[in-house]
Design a protein around this ligand. Structure first.
Ligand SMILES: Cc1cc2nc3c(=O)[nH]c(=O)nc-3n(C[C@H](O)[C@H](O)[C@H](O)COP(=O)(O)O)c2cc1C
Length: 177
């Protein structure tokens, strides 16, 4: 899992950063006018952006982290953030998008071994963990970024809950899932 974890971190960060950069490419600043040309035929300058993500830092204590905890976190200004959480925050900042964190009603354990077991069990059962305080609607949004870590070579099952909760017809979803 150690090697997978490192690859996972790099994968999540690269994927979302690349997507964010593509989204903003050819813009010199963050004004909505410049967004018009960012993703030709997909996004216009009046687009309302939602940056939604799931992320699970395996500790919130910046000191004495074990290797699994270090791999699942990034420390920014002394604050412990999940890897995906950090990238989602950057994209939200650059796009002026609303940020929504997907959280389960029943929190996941932060013990790495227990978490991997639980995630695998959920995947094998094709589970749909319930989302805490879900968004009532995504109707107001045109562009929706969806960020998540790789769990067992797939999205965490709660992403399936999220994606099945709304009608994404006519929405630009990044990445294209
Ligand atoms: C339950 C679990 C399963 C994982 N499975 C994979 C995997 O299959 N492949 C991989 O590259 N990384 C895997 N990882 C590593 C995560 O994708 C990686 O640590 C990620 O950066 C965590 O992002 P987060 O801090 O936003 O939650 C797994 C991590 C966990 C906790």
């Amino acid at each position: 899992m150690k090697k997978n974890t490192v690859i996972g971190i790099i994968g999540v960060v690269l994927l979302i950063v690349v997507i964010g950069v593509i989204y903003l490419v050819s813009s010199n600043d963050n004004t909505s006018d410049n967004l018009t040309n960012s993703v030709p035929n997909r996004v216009d300058g009046d687009s309302k952006v939602l940056v939604t993500y799931f992320s699970l830092s395996e500790t919130d204590d910046a000191s004495n982290m074990n290797e699994d905890e270090e791999n699942s976190t990034v420390i920014v200004d002394g604050e412990v953030l999940g890897n995906t959480q950090y990238v989602a925050m950057l994209i939200s900042e650059y796009t002026n998008g609303d940020l929504f964190r997907i959280e389960p009603v029943t929190p996941y354990t932060t013990n790495h071994d227990d978490l991997t077991d639980q995630a695998l069990e959920e995947q094998e059962n094709d589970a749909r963990p319930e989302i805490k305080d879900p968004l009532e609607s995504i109707d107001d949004y045109d562009v929706i970024f969806v960020g998540y870590p790789i769990w067992w070579s797939d999205m965490p099952q709660i992403l399936y809950t999220f994606l099945e909760s709304y009608d994404f017809t006519s929405k630009t979803v990044i990445p294209q899932l």
